[in-house]
Design a protein around this ligand. Structure first.
Ligand code: ATP
Ligand code: MG
Length: 439
């Protein structure tokens, strides 16, 4: 067996091969998707990143050694095939390749743990166990191409708006919000945690004079629940801006999501088609529902909810039944928002905080933050948090902290909306949940 690529180099991806280049000699590299040996003619379908290409070998037209090579192939082996492009009305892309040379670069074992041609549908657990094979399916890889375009668009949006990209530590000494949803780790002789949010660090950058920052990074939450929208490791898109309030950053979020929707529609038509999903782009700014109104709507739908409670799953669903698409939930009770949320100047029981929802799925939480040291300490104490545990953070508020606001978007949840999948595990290459730590 050859272990060197030698001079073999791809000349075309499957998507670049069309009737216009009939007669040209090309070299295709990819995986053996299907083999049909009809005796007098052998069809092999080769799959590469962008699609499928039919290799047609009629016994009368090709060398017997080629037929022998093709018969030696096994499904999902990696090959390099040299051949001539020929117009073929019946072939999927209107073209086929008449092979002149077959190079098996790596032979696949059989049987396969998973069938990438989707003839047999597999459960999500089986799929995740053999994720590398699962990702060979066009509908599955489409999710990640859409997600890559999403991150590209978001970065472009931030750079256009002069937002500085930052990286903050994921090994931290204390909790962001004092919650219990933390993964403890051993950090030499000390206890430490995996970061649940860059919240405190991005706020400290408002005291560093960075004005507008963003970070796209992993967050870790030791949440016990096993749902279709929570993972224990997720990616968060965080934004924080000085001299802005909740209204300003809400508009920036609306603008970012709208740009992502448009860009997905423009750049990912083939991927959306592979997923058999139509993406709707709403016109104008997303509607807003106040928390007060939400409570009325939820109760009118027969779900009991008191003013001051966080939305239960049933409440989110009741609201999502009415709101078809993205909407902002605004004016939340202060007591159920984190200590760093700013109280409303006219109604102190209300916070300047909002959530962005898509139907019944929370996509983002944002707020005007408290920038006054005394108020921050007061709000920590009201939530039974010990300010001593927040020394370095609090220090940043003593020596000139700019007023600021910001939000965090769950990237994997946003990817669910863009791809129409119901389970967040579909949008993460190697998801981490209550039961899964490998692969
Ligand atoms: P939820 O109420 O849905 O559990 P949350 O209010 O606890 O979410 P935040 O702390 O507000 O979440 O985090 C900001 C965003 O990060 C959320 O709106 C969501 O999109 C995303 N997110 C939070 N936790 C998770 C998780 N465990 N898995 C995936 N995404 C998450
Ligand atoms: Mg939230």
């Amino acid at each position: 067996m050859e272990y060197s690529l030698g001079t073999l180099r791809r000349t075309h991806y499957s998507k670049d091969i069309s009737p216009e280049i009939a007669g040209e000699e090309i070299l295709l590299m990819g995986w053996v998707h299907e083999i049909r040996d009809l005796g007098g003619i052998i069809f092999v379908i080769i799959r590469d990143r962008d699609g499928l290409m039919q290799i047609t070998a009629p016994s009368k037209k090709v060398d017997p050694s080629i037929l022998e090579d093709l018969r030696a192939l096994r499904k999902e082996s990696v090959v390099a095939i040299k051949g001539t492009v020929q117009e073929a009305g019946k072939a999927p892309n209107g073209v086929e390749i008449i092979p002149a040379e077959i190079n098996i670069l790596n032979l696949s074992n059989q049987p396969l743990p998973l069938d990438p041609t989707e003839k047999v549908r597999a459960e999500i657990d089986t799929r995740l166990n053999s994720r590398f094979l699962d990702l060979r399916k066009a509908n599955v890889s489409s999710i990640f191409k859409i997600k890559a375009n999403m991150f590209k668009t978001i970065r472009e949006y931030f750079y256009e708006n002069e937002v500085i990209e930052i990286n903050t530590p994921k090994l931290v000494a204390s909790a962001t919000e004092g919650g219990t949803e933390l993964f403890p780790i051993t950090y030499f002789e000390k206890e430490a945690f995996l970061g649940q949010s860059p919240q405190l660090y991005k706020q400290m950058m408002m005291g560093a004079g960075f004005d507008k920052v963003f970070e796209i990074a992993q967050i870790f939450r030791a949440e016990e629940h096993d749902t279709l929208r929570h993972l224990n490791e997720a990616v968060s898109i965080d934004f924080e801006a000085s001299f802005m309030d909740d209204r300003d950053v809400l508009k920036i979020l609306d603008g970012m999501i709208t740009k992502v929707l448009q860009s997905t529609k423009e750049n990912c038509a083939a991927e959306l088609e592979a997923l058999n999903f139509t993406l709707d782009i709403p016109e104008g700014p997303f509607p807003e529902v106040t928390y007060d109104d939400a409570v009325d709507i939820i109760n009118s739908k027969g779900v009991d909810m008191e003013w001051g409670e966080d939305l239960s799953r049933e409440a989110e669903k009741a609201l999502g039944d009415i709101q078809d698409g993205f909407y902002f939930l605004t004016q939340w009770p202060l007591a159920i928002k984190p200590f760093y949320a700013m109280p409303d100047s006219e109604r102190p029981e209300i916070s300047c905080a909002f959530d962005l929802m898509y139907k019944n799925l929370e996509i983002s939480s944002g707020a005007t933050r408290v920038h006054q040291y005394d108020l921050l300490v007061k709000q920590m104490l009201e939530r039974d948090l010990n300010p001593d545990g927040f020394g370095a953070y609090l220090n940043a508020f003593k020596y000139g902290m700019a007023p600021h606001a910001g939000w965090g978007v769950g990237a994997d949840r946003l990817a669910m909306v863009l791809t129409g999948v119901e389970n967040i595990r579909e949008t993460v290459l190697f998801p981490r949940d209550r039961h899964r730590l490998t692969p």
